[in-house]
Ligand binder design. Sequence first.
Ligand code: DQA
Length: 145
Amino acid sequence: MKILVINGPNLNMLGVREPEIYGKETYETLCESIKDHANKKGIEVELFQSNHEGALVDEIQAAYKRFDGIVINPAAYTHTSVALLDAVKAVGIPTVEVHISAVDTREDFRQISYIRKACVKTISGKGLKGYLEAIDFLIGMLGEN
Ligand code: DQA
């Protein structure tokens, strides 16, 4: 089983950006904990981060027929991007939306998610552990198929 984990804009700044909201752990720490978790579960994982909407679309398209599942934190593009919604619909790969913070209890604009309609699950407000929970959800779901 191969899972692609995609992170959107400013998530490379984890540990520096608003630590009171996103915590003190860095993006590198997040990547290491995802790789460790995937190892323990016996699955393959690849990680991708970009600050550019088009690059995120390209990466989702390139996953077609290569990955069994996607975990994505589209960050600010969650609240604006029809292109990311369409890309996930286009490839038809089971995708879990993750947010570190509890977006549904923050500003009104953060309570809108375009990509959610194409996702099999949303996990928010669980910090970095949300990514690991998303991987476990996909393992459970894909294992049953
Ligand atoms: C975020 C929430 C978004 O509203 C924000 O723009 C982010 C991170 C989260 O993980 O909580 O960059 O997706």
